[in-house]
Write a protein that binds this ligand. Structure first.
Ligand code: GDP
Ligand code: ZN
Length: 458
């Protein structure tokens, strides 16, 4: 299966300065050489060299494109196979013409993620690293990017390996005791098993703790801006979006009247739920009133509750605050440029001081304080910059939980004088489940599922 040569466009398709076509496989150099003309023949190329020349139709030598060809010979390439990258002019037509010629040679179109899959199957990267490549492509903030990069570099793999190493030791220890089952050795083994299971379960718990933060960093904190009509919700949204807009935004949401806006604040990605009400044009919140805010509150990870300090608290607002108890929320006392009449004592019943942020969106005051409050709420100083080994992938999370359950089974069994070779089965299961995270014990169908998430050409 790995013996054939594959090709795909590796850059985003569309109008661009250049596009890159990647070819990988044992015949990559010779097949590309058929359609490439340059001063020195490509077949003599040294590894890691770039060649200027033309792509031609081999049937009539007609020039199709002017290109740069990069040669990376096995094993020093992304896939560890011979890789040839052809840089063409960007634009759909020129890329397509070169691709068509390539596919007329003994080359087939790569499946999505197939280059990365080969890198994995050839042992250059492990499964969690491969998945991190997906995250790299999709990351929406600097922080998410460095998190994914860490994973690519194998930080998660190392931790998993360490835990598995402990389990292998444990299994070896149990094995000895199955072979030499003297009574006193057996009781020592029970204590040993319980110790080791606890140790690994604690390690798993630590990794799982980072999962929630990891998810947030990858997908953004779902943030709802709520409040009564005219308090300044839309103005706040606009200001946050203009000052902090991260990457492209208008991703259609699940319902027709919700779109997601990504903004990045202190490197924390926020997914602002731009409910129809927040948009001036179709102010549904304004029409439906507090009901809409309530359902937004129910869905959000973070709630920005906006008040107009120039008005006394309204009954709807008291009701909202009641509903938001125990939720991650920040109250924004907007319109501080006007005379404040709002009763702060009531706010203090619901919010601690550092979650009450005076602002004037109009005068652009208080944005820093809001950003600090958001950072503080989510990281509470727990995450040191640089310590970014997060578990962020649902498959990893599920496997970590399974492994932890298997170990708990082993632990429980050891307390009930269950034969030690049965306990061994649970320990082994945990070892396999952890192994699945890094692809050591992963079956084929699992691999296909993972790699199909890649975009073509990666
Ligand atoms: P929404 O209905 O909650 O979305 O409120 P808008 O953002 O549409 O704002 C309602 C009105 O309040 C607009 O005329 C804004 O210009 C004004 N406004 C927003 N923020 C401030 C502020 O900080 N100070 C003052 N004085 N007016 C503001
Ligand atoms: Zn509005």
């Amino acid at each position: 299966m790995l013996s054939d040569t594959i090709a795909a466009i590796s850059t985003a398709v569309g109008e661009a300065g250049i596009a890159v076509i990647r070819v990988s496989g044992p015949t990559a150099v010779t097949e590309v050489a058929h359609i490439f003309r340059s001063k020195t023949p490509l077949s003599d190329a040294q590894s890691h060299t770039v060649h200027y020349g033309h792509i031609v139709n081999p049937e009539n030598d007609e020039v199709v494109e002017e290109v740069l060809v990069t040669v990376m010979l096995a094993p020093r390439s992304f896939t560890t196979e011979d890789v040839v990258e052809i840089s063409t002019h960007g634009g759909v037509i020129s890329v397509k013409r070169v691709m068509d010629l390539l596919l007329m040679q003994d080359i087939r179109l790569a499946e999505p993620g197939e280059f990365t899959k080969r890198a994995f199957l050839n042992g250059r990267i492990d499964l969690s690293q491969a998945e991190a490549v997906i995250d790299l492509i999709r990351s929406k903030s600097d922080r998410a990017f460095s998190m994914a990069l860490k994973q690519v570099e194998g930080a998660l793999s190392q931790r998993i390996e360490a835990l598995r190493h402990t389990l292998v030791e444990t299994m070896a220890h149990i094995e000895v005791n199955i072979d030499y089952p003297e009574h006193d050795v057996e009781s020592m083994t029970t204590a040993f098993i319980q110790d080791k299971c606890t140790e690994v379960m604690e390690g798993i718990t630590k990794l799982l703790k980072t999962a929630e933060e990891g998810k947030i960093l990858r997908e953004g904190i779902t943030t709802a801006i709520v409040g009564r009509p005219n308090v300044g919700k839309s103005s706040l949204l606009n200001q946050l979006a203009h000052a902090n807009r991260a990457i492209v935004t208008d991703i259609p949401g699940t319902t027709r009247d919700v779109i997601e806006e990504f903004v990045t604040i202190n490197n924390i990605p926020l997914k602002l739920l731009d409910t129809a009400g927040i948009r001036e044009t179709m102010d549904v919140v304004e029409k439906i009133g507090v009901e809409r805010s309530k359902s937004a509150v129910a869905e959000a990870d973070l709630i920005l509750f906006v008040l107009n300090v120039n008005e006394p608290l309204h009954e709807d607002e008291l009701e909202l605050m009641e509903q938001m108890r125990g939720r991650q929320s920040i109250v924004i006392m907007n319109k501080m440029d006007l005379a404040p009449v709002v009763d702060q004592d009531i706010l203090l019943r619901y919010y601690s001081n550092d979650l009450i942020v005076p602002m004037s969106v109009k005068a652009q005051e208080g944005v820093d304080a809001l950003e600090q409050a958001i950072s503080k709420l989510f990281f509470s100083g727990q995450i040191e910059s640089g310590d970014l080994t997060y578990v962020s992938n649902v498959r990893h999370i599920a496997l970590l939980k399974k492994a932890s359950r298997s170990l708990q089974d082993a632990y429980d069994a050891s307390e009930q004088s269950i034969p030690i070779d049965l306990i061994q089965i649970d320990v082994r299961l945990a070892w396999e489940q952890l192994g699945e995270i890094i692809g050591d014990t992963a079956g084929d169908s699992l691999l296909d599922q993972i790699f199909s998430q890649f975009c073509l050409g990666k």
